[in-house]
Write a protein of this length. Structure first.
Length: 147
């Protein structure tokens, strides 16, 4: 049992090294938080965003399960997300890992780039991720302002 738990943590730790949620901040750091159009959220407070990306919010108002997308922990997108919710990248990833291990949160989808975030937000009703403000936003997704 201990060996299996360790393996799960090791695999998740490797995957958590890749994290990328989204924000609408073209003027704030050049990044946007992006969600699927099935989600009608247009703004989130910083505390609401923190709950969403750390497992406190499990469903959007639309009923879709929240699914966080993550780019590498050293990626500017992930660093930007961390700064929005007043956590270091290491603290953010540790909190996510803890919530996944407890079964309180879905394992984040591993993304490699802002383009992956766009594709993820386009195809997943519960998606939330961070992309460069230069990424084109598809008609199936929209940015969310963080206040």
């Amino acid at each position: 049992m201990k060996r299996r738990a360790f393996a799960l943590v090791a695999v998740f730790s490797i995957e958590c090294a890749l994290f990328a949620p989204t924000e609408v901040a073209r003027a704030d750091g050049g990044y946007v938080i992006m969600v699927n159009n099935a989600n009608d959220a247009t703004t989130l407070s910083r505390s609401e965003l923190k709950k969403v990306v750390t497992g406190g919010t499990k469903q959007w108002k639309s009923g879709a399960a929240v699914q966080v997308g993550i780019i590498a922990s050293d990626a500017p997108e992930t660093q930007h997300l961390s700064s929005l919710i007043d956590l270091s990248t290491k603290e953010l990833l540790a909190r996510i890992q803890e919530q996944v291990f407890k079964g309180e949160m879905k394992r984040p989808v591993v993304l490699r780039s802002s383009a992956d975030c766009v594709a993820f937000a386009r195809s997943s009703p519960g998606a939330i991720c961070v992309a460069s403000a230069h990424a084109s936003i598809p008609p199936e997704a929209h940015p969310v302002a963080v206040r």
